[in-house]
Design a protein around this ligand. Sequence first.
Ligand code: AMP
Ligand code: ZN
Length: 477
Amino acid sequence: MSPVKPEPIQLFNTLTRSVANFEPIKAGQVGLYSCGPTVYSYAHIGNMRSYIFADVLRRTLEYLGYKVNHVMNITDVGHLTDDADAGEDKLELGSRREGIDAWAVARKYTEAFFAHAAMLGIKKPTVVCKATDYIPEQIGMIKDLEQRGYAYLTEDGVYFDTSKFPTYADFGRLDVEGLQSGHRVDARDKRNKTDFALWKFSKPEDHRCMEWDSPWGRGFPGWHIECSAMSMKFLGSQFDIHTGGVDHIPIHHTNEIAQSEASTGKSPFVRVWMHGEFLVVDDSAKMSKSSGQTLTVQALADAGYYPLAFRLLALQCHYRKQLKFSYESLAGAQRGYERLSNLAQRALAEAGAKPQQLKWSDAAEKYRQQFRAALAQDLNMPQAVATLYSLLEDSGLSAAERVSLVAEMDQVLGLDVFTPMPSVGTVPPELTAMLDERNQARTAKNWGRADELRREIDARGYEICDSPQGSYLKKKL
Ligand code: AMP
Ligand code: ZN
């Protein structure tokens, strides 16, 4: 049960680089904006880690008694392949790659994104807004910036003059002078290297599917402006929390702050900025759509992993730490998930049915407090998950209490441990154990044993796939 009065929570704020008590603008209510996906290809599990983080933040705030208005954008235009406003629009690139128009590309990958999010237990945000639905709002904001003297015209589009915004470098702690010294005047005629596009003109030779008229000429919005225009539309000119991945700190969010505060004259645009660290692969390289080395949630499911085991893996690493992904660690999370699920279902069977609200015993209350304390310390989810394991293994609690505690905690964890796991598409645990043993044999250069295990696994209808992220089992077709 959610408490009536919201409970305090401490959050790390990128703005101050410190943890502090969270104070919403309106008591008990939170305006939360999350930078959403660029829908030109499938979101990979690194992207999804960011959305699990935003989901856990939203669920935690709701659990602690806040009313949350969670807004997420869908970037379906304007995100270029190059952060310096050069390169191609990723949606137009997707259109050429797949031979369908950019609108169809956006529809296809938006649908896939929400399907994958649902597999991971990510709640749909209260508001989902597409950049292409709010072009007039973006044009309106650019007009404000122009009137206030922050925008200038080049042959290529309308640009924001970062030298007019004296605190530009603060948020990202940028060395603007260092950046400028490497600056060469380029064809786009920017005044400063850090200046960024608010509006870009269409070039006839590009034959864009997505373009609009504007007071400056036909074209399309720069990427950053959509998040400022839409977050303000739904949450007001100043709001509580804004999330994204750490890569957004030096450019996207820096630019959002500059153009938002410049257009309204109000500061701060956002009270608390929160950033999720990357999911990285073996060589500590960030998983990225452009590197080609990406994995989707569907690929994990096809290889026999529960998407919710990936959610558990993500929860077991604090959102401000890098998560090193490997199939071995995912297999470990899968075993952990199976254990949690088995314990929860055993408690449920023992308790009869899901019990109604209980009067908590002191022992149960202790677990609740531990859980809340973990959440309130800047979302210490590894600790919160550890509490879940401990209580499920605590025979001092009645089955009914264990069930009630798990049901309450799962409002935040979203692991859905009471739903029996589907048996299809999952790798039997003894085969996963054999794969572990085969990997150990290989490490020990015991090739004979490793081959023997491969043959046994093969005879049971599974194929071992070795990849840069480790090895996994796939059912043979
Ligand atoms: P995009 O679809 O490229 O706009 O990215 C969507 C979100 O995923 C952004 O918030 C990024 O910061 C985040 N992101 C991108 N790569 C990773 C990664 N390897 N690990 C975690 N988050 C990521
Ligand atoms: Zn954004």
